[in-house]
Unconditional design. Structure first.
Length: 306
């Protein structure tokens, strides 16, 4: 009896330890991803002071992370994809390697990182919507109400910042959100066959025949600020690679439902990082919109989906 009690106690302790580690890794992943928008803006600059071409930032970061992924897959002895897995990898790459970085990069040339952070705040809810549609689930009316409220808040914020009109950059940001959400869903399906780290590595590796030539073709021919290269290094090593390792491992250890809740803080953290990094201004109305979006996303993620 005492032996059984010891075994149960050990199992309980291990589970609690894994849950804590998973949550900490999830928080670390969110912190790393929260810097993605400000660092993308730092790398590409603005219309008034352009730095690296947004296309180079998108293709170059994937090329760097892809070459690192080759080494990782070889060292871990990962198996090769087969059958329909190739199609899912290609679809995931279209969303998270090409769609999100390209559209985000061009958008933040025209709007500041604080603006982009608020609009992209609906990403967790958009992922839930696309996931529900892809899996043919039946979300509750409360879920759809939150999804529509989130979209209305984002469009309202964009119109307010655009002095009564929604700018093209806002359309690019919403397109980036859709691309990332679709890529996350297909990537999640692949995680049933591969470890989460191997999924992002294979996605990056199969993209290399496209990303490397395009990165070379769009490389800067004129000098740019050192800060732009620091921003590029960050999105290449952290946003495109290391961040996924922490995030996916956190989800696996701590549970997707529990750990994913911390993602709702990502846009607010992005806004806070943009102030010291880029010297952007955080006004009261922007904070109000950001908090409203976060609130809707938080409530929406708790609505039943059957």
């Amino acid at each position: 009896m005492s032996g059984l009690s010891t075994s149960s106690s050990t199992l309980s302790t291990t589970s609690a330890s894994d849950a804590t580690r998973g949550l900490l890794l999830g928080v670390a992943g969110v912190l790393m991803f929260a810097l993605s928008i400000p660092m993308t803006r730092l790398a590409g600059g603005s219309d008034a002071a352009p730095q690296l071409d947004p296309a180079f930032v998108a293709f170059g970061r994937a090329a760097v992370a892809g070459l690192l992924s080759v080494a990782y897959l070889l060292l871990t002895g990962a198996r090769r994809p087969r059958g329909r897995e190739w199609g899912l990898l290609a679809f995931t790459a279209a969303g998270v390697v090409f769609g999100w970085p390209l559209l985000l990069g061009f958008a933040v040339r025209h709007v500041d990182a604080v603006h982009a952070s608020v609009v992209s705040g609906v990403l967790p809810l958009a992922t839930a919507v696309i996931g529900a549609l892809a899996l043919r689930q039946r979300p509750s009316l409360g879920f759809w109400a939150c999804a529509l409220a989130g979209l209305a808040l984002v469009v309202g914020f964009a119109a307010w910042r655009g002095a009564g009109g929604v700018e093209m950059a806002d359309g690019l940001l919403l397109g980036a959100v859709v691309c990332a959400s679709a890529g996350y869903i297909s990537g999640a399906r692949l995680s049933q066959a591969f470890s989460a780290e191997q999924v992002i590595c294979w996605v990056l590796v199969i993209s290399l025949p496209v990303t490397v030539p395009l990165a070379v073709a769009t490389r800067p021919l004129e000098p740019v600020a050192a800060s732009a290269w620091w921003g590029f290094a960050y999105v290449s090593l952290v946003s495109m690679w290391i961040g996924f390792f922490a995030w996916y491992r956190g989800l696996a250890l701590g549970g997707t439902l529990r750990v994913s809740q911390v993602q709702v803080m990502q846009p607010f953290l992005s806004m806070l990082f943009a102030v010291p990094l880029l010297g952007e201004r955080l006004d009261a109305m922007t904070v109000v919109f950001a908090v409203a979006v976060l609130g809707v996303v938080w409530v929406g993620k708790r609505q039943p989906v059957n």
